[in-house]
Design a protein around this ligand. Sequence first.
Ligand code: FAD
Length: 443
Amino acid sequence: QSATPTKRICIVGAGPAGFYAAQLILKQLDNCVVDVVEKLPVPFGLVRFGVAPDHPEVKNVINTFTKTAEHPRLRYFGNISLGTDVSLRELRDRYHAVLLTYGADQDRQLELENEQLDNVISARKFVAWYNGLPGAENLAPDLSGRDVTIVGQGNVAVDVARMLLSPLDALKTTDTTEYALEALSRSQVERVHLVGRRGPLQAAFTIKELREMLKLPNVDTRWRTEDFSGIDMQLDKLQRPRKRLTELMLKSLKEQGRSSGSKQFLPIFLRAPKAIAPGEMEFSVTELQQEAAVPTSSTERLPSHLILRSIGYKSTCVDTGINFDTRRGRVHNIDGRILKDDATGEVDPGLYVAGWLGTGPTGVIVTTMNGAFAVAKTMCDDINTNALDTSSVKPGYDVDGKRVVTWDGWQRINDFESAAGKANGKPREKIVNIEEMLRVAGV
Ligand code: FAD
């Protein structure tokens, strides 16, 4: 009896979804090789380019990903982008199964006039700037004014507020890029408005992030008393995490004014973006109707030297072979199996999606992990039950003539960054230029 050929699986994207899926597949399938194709020379996706620099403990997942990457049956191909360096067709011809986990690297727009003004930028770009995403280094956010307005109240919005209000000394020992530290050292920002359409009971930030804000030295958090009218009466009806968050907001409201920092964090509820003008932003006052924010005829203007839009990330379709749901900004799928035809629900055998590309940009790393494990298990089941034909020999990716960064190449970049960081008292000094990454990797 002839041995079954090696099952070849390709994962596109080396973020949390890609690594967690690879971990499970390598554990469950003996006779397989997993190739990870990543657009950038460096791995880890939003763990490197999203997670805030002052949350180093969150980045510990990198240790698990590194163990997975060092598995003898995993190969890493950095600097290879689906849609430009390689097509989905080619990957499908060369692998028994392909899993797309290329994330969400665009952002949603407010769709307001003047949104293209220089002083309106997305939180995504701002995050990419301080985290050293190649291409984001020239953003030059204008920090010369006193007031910043962040539209949106999720944890990304709070990360950005914290980066703007933190004392510089606290950031100097993180892996914040040097150019961002230099720009932040000249920042004149004193007041950060964090504006949401709905009320305190719908606030999207979580308690850990709020606690951190409340502890920032030299920063006063000021709530609007009117936003909280009647809120304490509803406490008993709330689920535990929501109840604890609301109690913390009420406690902070009660204590406000007792300290006086020179900077202010100003959460503002029940305001929907209406218009943008130089130096200010106009909001409609909203009313809640069954938890939905409905604009009234009243408006309010907030001084806003810089406006940061933080209303969500968005995936894009990078290859015409992908059945992409443009409206929802994700790939059409059922439980990770990509649909060939979304009207009939017929799946495309051997093609899968996980992570933010499949679910939309929600949830933390643990959410992404659980989803990726579930999709990886589906893939293994499909292979083990022969729902997927793996009888033919597949060659895997042809690196010929391509400037590929291997895992060893990434290790060289990692060592270089760690050494450069040590010299500055930081965990790492990130290289932000692709050519320099390639040079250090020896490609
Ligand atoms: P990603 O992490 O985006 O990974 C996708 C990978 O695909 C990237 O490496 C990308 O370069 C690559 N790629 C893109 N296009 C291509 C292509 N064409 N070809 C090949 N590769 C491609 N979660 C927490 O638990 N704690 C936090 O503190 C936290 N902070 C966050 C802060 C921010 C600003 C953001 C945006 C998210 C944060 N999250 C946090 C959430 C967490 O980052 C996500 O849950 C997780 O990264 C999603 O994983 P993913 O693999 O789907 O996508």
